[in-house]
Design a protein. Structure first.
Length: 87
């Protein structure tokens, strides 16, 4: 599975690795900044579901743990809809 937040759609970003050489910062290699994903068991529409949620989303919306999912700026991913229709 991809490292992507099920609610906000956040995923890894790319950047550069820098080294300090002769008083200058030189980009030497590409790197990835991964999302801090947490697995959360919550109830969505009365069904128990395991979701991968970014820590920043959990911090902003602590109600997610108690079973209430608030509408976020980005649309929920298809995985959440699939989990809901399965059970």
């Amino acid at each position: 599975m991809s490292r992507k937040c099920d609610l906000s759609g956040k995923k890894a970003q790319t950047g550069m690795r820098y080294s300090f050489l002769r008083a200058h910062y030189n980009p030497t290699a590409k790197r990835k900044f991964h999302v801090n994903l947490q697995t959360v068991r919550t109830t969505v529409n009365g069904k128990r579901v395991k979701l991968k949620v970014a820590a920043s989303v959990l911090k902003a919306y602590p109600e997610i743990r108690s079973g209430i999912i608030l509408p976020l700026k980005r649309k929920p991913r298809n995985r959440v809809n699939k989990l809901l229709t399965k059970q």
